[in-house]
Design a protein around this ligand. Structure first.
Ligand SMILES: Cc1ncc(C[n+]2csc(CCOP(=O)(O)OP(=O)(O)O)c2C)c(N)n1
Ligand SMILES: [Mg+2]
Length: 626
């Protein structure tokens, strides 16, 4: 039988090295489905329960493999469902190919069933978006969509009317001469100009207190980053997506940056005189050195991003690893270790503080405890994913990247719901590796039907659901950033362990920290997909590494304005503060607790002091109310 447009499309994807398509069919895309069905020995189709999951799975797949996968959706609603995942690809610069159907070619634009102009809709999200006008158009469009997505690290979109999909390829237009398209891939060496490298080295050699801010683009440059840090006696600070660029145990790193980061990172950024940015578009400029404070060099593969967040003096457009390799011989060995050693000392205190916060043994269980006890049980090559919420903070701080582990989440879009589908993408790419998704109850419940996808395809993903029955992050934002009482954030509890069992997977439940090690072990050792529901204290705040006076004031305002849980919150903040002081002084929660105390008339303070005095922490008792 002659080749159809669908056949040509799928053959082009295979030629471009696409090995998997995540999607959900419909009558607008069945011609392409048939072409995939006939080629199952060469390309895999993974059916998801929501198209948004398909797009996220592609992003996860790309982040952990560097390769492109495709997502597929039917016309109208199916295509619309892809959008959020595609924006995640766009904002975190990942190559994804999206294939959508549309209505019959001669009914487009006539208010016909599912007649949505997806090319217009995807215009903003895609680096390339085209509608196929006939079977002979497929080859050119599909080739360019794949090439564009890979070259510009974004979304390539092919929309193909349903009736065209199973039409046979025939005669081309006079000008579309066959055989003029090449599938050859092309790569740049990714190397900056020699003169710029010298200027960068000069600037870095003159620095005394140097911070290397290493993001997602630096993930492949571990050795080079550590060599540069050793030579410059520099501190490596890691924005969220760069978490695995050097291990958290590296002597050069102070861990994360920003609100979810560490206090030693904040200190290093506040005190440095030189900033070397490597493959990062870290958006929170208020956490970077003040303009004029530090001289800057930036390495980025994308020339548009040079100088985007900091007024650097030298921009090196190139691949992080290759550029650092060329920069290293030009860097002088610095002898003054004091800046680095100060950061190392601060990190010792920081780790002690975190360990203390995670091991208080309190009930309700602290979310930090779950991450803390999970950390040593993870495989050295585990892929560890999180979602957006307070969980991102626990993941960022309490899970320590080591070995060949890989870590990611939705960085710049910071969307909820990506955790489980990222894990699907990761496990499909690496069937033999441990894949763990550390997610919140809010984010997980958005796309949790795809737990059944794990069961269907025997993907042994392990999902840790941190169950606080609240959109925790937003609760704290309402209070700390706006000074408002929490509103609209409580979640109707779901029995997630039973849900997992209902899907055909394994479900585990834990709510006492003493049970954590054994339960976590059993959960991780479970055959096939498993879910651990960890019930935690909803009043544990994701504290910023350094509390500002403004944040403390807003928090106090929120309590004074009728925050319904003011007693529990004041108590938690006070207890945390007292305990922090036992480990390291001054505790980062200090100021916020003091201001809160005055707002609630010292109630939290007297209670916490008495609880400290008799040494009794609440263990499983009834909730305190003000
Ligand atoms: C799709 C989407 N909707 C809303 C938000 C805003 N948001 C960020 S975190 C968050 C709460 C997440 O709740 P949960 O998953 O339960 O995690 P928790 O904060 O409780 O740890 C919300 C609503 C978002 N980032 N993405
Ligand atoms: Mg929650």
């Amino acid at each position: 039988m002659a080749e159809t447009a669908g056949d040509r499309l799928v053959e082009t994807l295979i030629d471009w090295g696409i090995e998997v398509i995540f999607g959900l069919p419909g009558d607008g895309i069945n011609g392409v489905m048939e072409a995939i069905r006939k080629r199952q020995d060469r390309i895999r189709f993974i059916q998801v329960r929501h198209e948004e999951s398909a797009a996220f799975a592609c992003v996860g797949y790309a982040k952990f493999t560097g390769k492109m996968a495709a997502c597929l959706a039917t016309s109208g609603p199916g295509g619309i469902h892809l959008l959020n995942g595609l924006y995640d690809a766009k904002l975190d610069s990942q190559p994804v190919l999206a294939i959508t159907g549309s209505t019959y070619h001669d009914l487009i634009g006539t208010f016909y069933q599912q007649d949505v102009d997806l090319n217009t809709l995807f215009k903003d999200v895609a680096v390339y978006s085209e509608r196929v006008m006939g079977p002979e158009h497929v080859e050119n469009v599909a080739e360019l969509a794949c090439r564009s997505a890979l070259a510009y690290r974004g979304v390539g979109h092919i929309n193909i009317p349903t009736d065209i999909q199973d039409q046979e390829c025939g005669e081309r237009s006079r000008k579309n001469v066959p055989g003029h398209v090449s599938l050859v891939g092309a790569r740049s060496a990714g190397l900056p100009a020699e003169a710029e490298l010298r200027r960068a080295a000069e600037l870095l050699n003159a620095g005394r207190k140097i911070v290397i801010l290493a993001g997602q683009g630096a993930l492949g440059a571990r050795q080079e980053l550590e060599m540069a840090a050793e030579r410059l006696k520099a501190v490596i600070v890691k924005p969220l997506l760069g978490k695995a660029c050097v291990p958290d145990t590296s002597p050069y790193t102070t861990g994360g940056a920003g609100l979810l980061g560490t206090a030693p990172s904040e200190d290093a950024l506040a005190e440095c005189d030189t900033l070397l940015m490597v493959g990062t578009s870290f958006p929170y400029i208020d956490h970077l050195p003040k303009p004029g404070q530090a001289r800057g060099v930036q390495i980025d593969i994308d020339p548009r991003r040079i100088g985007l967040r900091y007024p650097v003096e030298v921009g090196l457009v190139g691949d992080s690893k290759v550029t650092l390799q060329h920069l290293l011989p030009l860097l002088e060995e610095h002898s003054d270790r004091s800046f680095l050693e100060k950061a190392q000392q601060r990190m010792k205190e920081w780790w002690a503080l975190l360990e203390h916060r995670a091991t208080t043994g309190e009930v309700p269980m602290k979310p930090q405890a779950v991450a803390h006890f999970l950390d040593p049980l993870l495989a050295g090559d585990a892929i560890v994913i999180t979602d957006s919420g307070t969980i991102t903070t626990w993941w960022a701080r309490h899970l320590k990247a080591r070995g060949t582990q890989m870590y990611s989440c939705s960085g710049t879009l910071a969307t909820m719901a990506c955790g489980l589908p990222y894990a699907i993408g990761a496990q499909v790419a690496y069937p033999g590796r441990q894949v763990v998704a550390f997610v919140g109850d809010g984010g997980f419940s958005m796309l949790m039907a795809d737990f059944a996808t794990l069961v269907k395809y025997k993907l042994p993903v392990k999902v840790v659901v941190i169950k606080n029955n609240v959109l925790g992050q937003i609760k704290w934002e309402q209070m700390v950033f706006l000074g408002n009482p929490e509103f609209g954030v409580e979640l109707q509890p779901i029995d997630f362990a039973r849900f997992a069992e209902a899907c055909g997977g394994r479900g585990f439940h834990v709510e006492h920290p003493n049970d954590l090690p054994a339960t976590l072990r059993a959960f991780l050792a479970a055959d096939g997909p498993a879910l651990l529901e960890a019930v935690v204290d909803p009043f544990e705040p994701p504290m910023p590494p350094k509390v500002t006076f403004e944040q403390a004031r807003k928090m106090a305002e929120s309590l004074a304005r009728g925050e319904p849980n003011r007693g529990r919150i004041a108590l938690t903040l006070f207890r945390d503060r007292i305990e922090d002081l036992e480990v390291t002084a001054p505790g980062p929660i200090g100021r916020i607790a003091e201001t809160v105390a005055s707002a609630v008339g010292g109630a939290g303070g007297s209670r916490s002091r008495s609880s400290r005095g008799n040494g009794a922490r609440r263990r499983g008792g009834p909730p305190h109310t003000a």
